[in-house]
Design a binder for this molecule. Sequence first.
Ligand code: NAP
Length: 242
Amino acid sequence: MAPVTVITGGSRGIGAATARRLAHQGHDIAFCYRRDHHSARQVLADIHATGRRGIALAVDTTDPDQVTGLFDAAADLGDLTGLVNNAGVTSPIGPITDLRVDDLRTVVEVNLVGYVLCAQQAARRMNTGGAVVNVSSAAATLGGPGEYIHYAAVKAATDTLTIGLAKELAPRGIRVNAVAPGIIRTDIHAVSGMPDRPERAADRIPLGRAGDATEVAGAIAFLLGPDASYTTGAVLRVAGGL
Ligand code: NAP
């Protein structure tokens, strides 16, 4: 039986790279996204081109009923074996004095509530063991000063969620790990008002450049796969030395 993996936020960026990577490695994939139907169709076509099965659904991960619908759809592919909790957002970059309450709430809802809802579904449905990878951020330990302290704090919560889930689910053969990307070239920087952030930040990254989404996807694939069979509760930094 092929592994069956749910990926949240699979239409673009790190989630899309992960969907393509895992399909190449033989996973059947159900992924969700919010509104970018065009990109989602492209990712789905790439999954099908590998010969694997794929499902793409417009599902908001902050809505418990929609999340249940995503996992119900994934069940059509077989028993769930993997979850990549990836759908995340930032808000306009700036000091905490400028932070709007609506943006704060959205960051908490998508990056924390959404992750917990999806992890809960996975925990309920992984009856024969499995693996979860939460996409955190290097910001969790750097703090995001002057940019997005609230986002960094929520990503630190992702790391704690990873540790707690790993311990709670280990007796059932479910491993839970996180990746903590640094600055990766995706659309997320345009949404936060600084599309050229990856280029601007290159000087302060020890490896001298921003990362590519495929480089994060590789780490996610490792943590999901058999080479990580004794790895749980880990946060793997993929940040070029940041
Ligand atoms: P991205 O390119 O902006 O893509 C975000 C994806 O998440 C899209 O597929 C988007 O769907 C989806 N999404 C957003 N909110 C959603 C919701 N409420 N429900 C369902 N899907 C939703 O972002 P990315 O850079 O790949 O980031 C992916 C993850 O990596 C996030 O958790 C982010 O915090 C983390 N991360 C990114 C970086 C970086 O530098 N890029 C660094 C550290 C951590 P639509 O396209 O349909 O809206």
